[in-house]
Unconditional design. Structure first.
Length: 160
């Protein structure tokens, strides 16, 4: 069982803390489990399932959400010169649709504002229709769609 450890706040029953280097295996397992449902839809593993989380934890910001002692969500972001890049958002399957994704995206928007960055940007696979609906419902604009590995990726942005 994953322990929350020191957390930096509680929102709607979720506690949050930064991701630490020693969390790499936990994050990797969580992301692989969370994204596994998309493998049959895409015909391959989504990129977050193949990421090097040991390296990412050295270069990216991670916010971990816990429900009780269990990992419930992961937000991975990268501050760029003119935007905050949302690399990965993952919410435990049984918690999807209960507001945690929105909370994580608001945390990303707060990070962007704290860094005086005017927008969030991200991409997702076009086959992941619930993701497309989630981003559109949360104020993201569809910027472009382009071919990628036999499918399509959809680029989104949102002014903060």
């Amino acid at each position: 069982m994953v322990k929350a450890g020191q957390c930096n706040g509680m929102i709607d029953g979720f506690t949050f803390r930064p991701g630490l280097p020693q969390d790499a295996a936990m994050i990797r397992a969580f992301v692989r489990e969370t994204f596994a449902k998309w493998v049959p839809v895409m015909g391959r593993e989504p990129l977050p399932m193949t990421a090097d989380y040991d390296l990412a934890l050295q270069n990216h910001r991670f916010d971990l959400a816990f429900l009780g002692d269990d990992l419930a969500g992961v937000l991975e972001t990268v501050a760029e010169a003119d935007h905050l890049w949302v690399e990965t958002v993952a919410v435990r399957s049984d918690l999807q649709g209960k507001g945690l994704g929105q909370i994580l995206m608001e945390r990303a928007a707060d990070q962007a504002r704290d860094k005086a960055l005017p927008e969030l940007r991200l991409l997702t696979n076009a086959a992941l229709t619930t993701n497309l609906q989630f981003y559109a419902a949360n104020g993201f604009a569809l910027d472009k769609t382009e071919p990628f590995r036999g499918g399509f990726v959809v680029w989104f942005s949102k002014k903060v």
